[in-house]
Design a protein around this ligand. Structure first.
Ligand code: PMP
Length: 443
């Protein structure tokens, strides 16, 4: 009997033995092509010697020193680099251990900022349906994934949810992308006014929606229009790039492709690339300054804030991405992967949409391509695809988001940036074999 509290208590997973490049191996020696980096984590693949070496070096110097007493070389260097590379005025970094913690810090900093500048009335959050911002209570309350929220609803603070920008589902027949964008932005403005602009603290969104929708970017100009709304009403824009950031979409930060810079930006997953648990909340100088000049310190903290070994790993990851130009591989490899997916699944009767950016791609699975009717939720097709793919030696990240109240199935593909053509071919072959093994996708 295992004493590990498994993620899914009905089954016990195989034991991972080691990883190498784009592959993981279990205790029996079976190999798995890591087609999703877990959940878009392993951007450098497995066994990266530079990152491992940086971790070892830091461990030999000092593993831990509490940030109540010290800063450290790796934390300073990583913050410097992130701020140099980030768009806009993001120039302070608060290091945490993962994505949910980054979101909690973002929400609390936003609230404290308004207290510091004497706008105590601002506490409301506008976020989007079918989004995911983490599983801690504040992040879960902010997210709009109905299924994840439901059991904990009595524990969740109030959040005002608006429609996501999801052209495949939301753009009406005959409606142009611009008209769709304007309709969504008008809904947000109406919501701000209905809540009372002076009570709204933040607008929160993932630039490319990951877990809940499966790699869905917004239509052109959507985030620029929201940036303008936020500025007009004095509302902070918080972007959650926990999944889509750190190069996943082809630029280091996904918001660069939207031409906007948020007031607060959250990153995690790819920052540590799986080598260490680390996340970060970045904020504009004026927010930090308001706190520094006001009460003097951010009323927040966790034991492992700014952990030196985690920061050393993050710095080494950034060196690989930027100095070794691994980041430059994302856009061309993403184009090749997308072309291969379109070639193989573009006419598949149960693949309704292939979308995404860079090496962050999603396939939406449907009952009927023409009507876009979702598959019967009772069939749990996403779970069947995950199991069939795993059985065939492919790790992908299928999920069942919600499509206007109904469950929808999609598969997220997010391989390491070091993926090469033969990996792409293997990925598509194995995914195709997995689809072939799921009865609902063969009717
Ligand atoms: N935000 C987004 C967009 C995410 O995808 C995730 C994780 N899937 C989180 C926040 C939460 O991150 P973590 O699991 O590291 O707490």
């Amino acid at each position: 009997m295992s004493h590990v509290f498994a993620r899914n208590s009905r089954s016990h997973p195989p034991r991972v033995s080691h990883g190498e490049g784009c592959y993981l191996f279990d205790e029996t020696g079976k190999s798995y092509l890591d087609g999703s980096g877990g959940a878009a984590v392993s951007c450098l693949g497995h066994g990266d010697a530079h990152v491992a070496g940086a971790i070892r070096d830091q461990l030999e110097k000092v593993a831990f020193a509490h940030t109540g007493f010290f800063t450290s070389d790796p934390a300073e260097a990583l913050a410097d680099r992130l701020c140099t590379l980030a768009p806009g005025e993001l120039d302070k970094v608060y290091f945490v251990s993962g994505g949910s913690e980054a979101m909690e810090a973002a929400l609390k900093l936003a609230r404290q900022y308004y207290l510091e500048i004497g706008e105590e009335g601002r506490s409301r959050i506008i976020a989007r349906r079918q989004s995911y911002h983490g599983n801690t209570l504040g992040a879960l309350a902010t997210g709009g994934n109905a299924w994840r929220r439901a059991p904990f609803a009595p524990l969740l603070m109030e959040t005002s949810h608006v429609a996501p920008c999801h052209a495949y589902r939301g753009q009406e027949a005959g409606e142009t992308a611009d008209a769709y964008r304007d309709r969504l932005v008008a809904e947000i403005e109406a919501r701000i006014q209905a809540l009372g602009a002076e009570t709204v603290m933040a607008f929160v969104a993932e630039p490319v929606v990951g877990a809940t929708l499966g790699a869905v970017p917004a239509v052109p100009g959507y985030f620029r229009a929201i940036r303008e709304l936020c500025d007009r009403y004095g509302i902070l824009m918080i972007l959650d790039e926990v999944m889509c950031g750190m190069g996943r979409t082809g630029t280091l930060f996904a918001c660069e492709q939207e031409g906007v810079s948020p007031d607060i930006l959250c990153i995690a997953k790819g920052l540590g690339a799986g080598y260490q648990p680390i996340g970060a909340m970045m904020c504009s100088g004026h927010i930090h300054e308001a706190v520094a000049k006001g009460s003097g310190s951010f009323q927040h903290g966790h034991t492992y804030v700014g952990h030196p070994v985690a920061c050393a790993a993050g710095l080494a990851v950034l060196e690989r991405l930027v100095d070794d130009r691994v980041l430059n591989r994302v856009a061309p490899a993403g184009d090749r992967l997308r072309a291969a997916l379109e070639d193989r699944f573009g006419q598949h009767p149960h693949v309704g949409d292939i979308r995404g950016r860079g090496l962050f791609l999603g396939l939406e699975l449907v009952a009927d391509r023409d009507t876009k009717e979702p598959l019967d939720p009772g069939l749990k097709v996403h779970a069947a695809v995950k199991a069939a793919a795993f059985d065939k030696g492919l790790i992908c990240y299928p999920s069942g988001g919600t499509v206007d109240g109904k469950r929808g199935d999609h598969v997220l593909i997010a391989p390491p940036f070091i993926v090469s053509d033969h990996h792409i071919e293997e990925l598509v072959d194995k995914l195709s074999a997995a689809f072939g093994a799921v009865p609902a996708l063969n009717g």
